[in-house]
Write a protein of this length. Structure first.
Length: 270
């Protein structure tokens, strides 16, 4: 990867597969929109970003090198060699999925935002999830100048279910408040969860109301960077029943979450 800074933009020349659209619009994150120019706009870690791609050239507009190194390098998982991981996948279906959608990466999002977002995602569809999260940020986040930060657990912990009525989140409102209270109080300690063995970390997150097996797995994969996580939804259940009735292939051990993302996107689009 070659990096340069020109006219206030960070420009990357990549030698690994990367597709910004696939990364931002394959069900991992809910705060990104594509504009009429094909560029993506969103907010993460209280920073606005506009990002565009032409082939292997990726431009982070109006971004400092410091913010790129501190936030976006990790957010887009640039430190991980996906080609080397995919080379180890000797399963035919998985190889087909990886060839069909090269460039998917696992985003490393804010842990609290990811927990809250996937609580909202339960029994929900993508447009409605995005709408609830957008209203959550507009009502309780910090104004960043046309965009809003994701509100902190501490701020939401001081609210009531009635305060969240403008979100139109339904039964999820009480789960959002419970999550905010448990995390802001330290009853569920994000810093400790980061250090826990996987099964223990999952059990810790499931202390939060509304966090079941799938939500915990999603939070660990997309927020905590635990690529051994393997969230199972209706699409993944179909994949397992159709392709892997005798169990998942051994070649994905340790990177199950990466394999799942390729298989999920492939199966959903074929």
């Amino acid at each position: 990867m070659k990096q340069s800074f020109e006219n206030g933009n960070v420009i990357l020349e990549l030698n690994d597969d990367f597709d910004v659209g696939l990364c931002l619009d394959c069900g991992q994150a809910f705060r990104w929109k594509q504009d009429e120019n094909g560029e993506w706009k969103g907010v993460a870690f209280s920073k606005k970003l506009r990002i565009g791609q032409q082939g292997h050239t990726v431009t982070f507009f109006d971004t400092t090198p410091e913010d790129f190194e501190k936030i976006w390098y990790s957010y887009f998982d640039f430190q991980r060699n996906y080609r080397e991981i995919i080379k180890k996948y000797d399963d035919k279906s998985l190889q087909t999925a990886c060839l069909a959608y090269p460039g998917i990466r696992i985003l490393k999002q804010d842990e609290w935002e990811t927990i809250c977002s996937f609580i909202i995602s339960a029994n929900n569809n993508i447009p409605r999830i995005k709408g609830i999260i957008e209203r959550l940020c507009e009502n309780f986040g910090e104004d960043l100048g046309g965009e809003y930060s994701f509100p902190s657990a501490r701020k939401l912990s001081e609210l009531t279910v009635e305060d969240l009525a403008p979100l139109r989140a339904g039964f999820r409102a009480k789960y959002i408040i419970d999550a905010a209270q448990k995390i802001s109080s330290g009853e569920v300690d994000i810093e400790k969860v980061k250090q826990m063995p996987f099964s223990q970390a999952k059990d810790e997150l499931m202390k939060i109301k509304g966090v079941g097996e799938k939500v915990a797995q999603c939070a660990l994969l997309y927020g905590f960077g635990r690529v051994e996580a393997f969230p199972v939804d209706v699409w993944v259940k179909r994949i397992i029943s159709e392709l892997y009735p005798d169990g998942l292939p051994q070649c994905i051990e340790g990177t199950q979450g990466i394999a799942q993302q390729y298989l999920f996107h492939w199966r959903r689009n074929i």
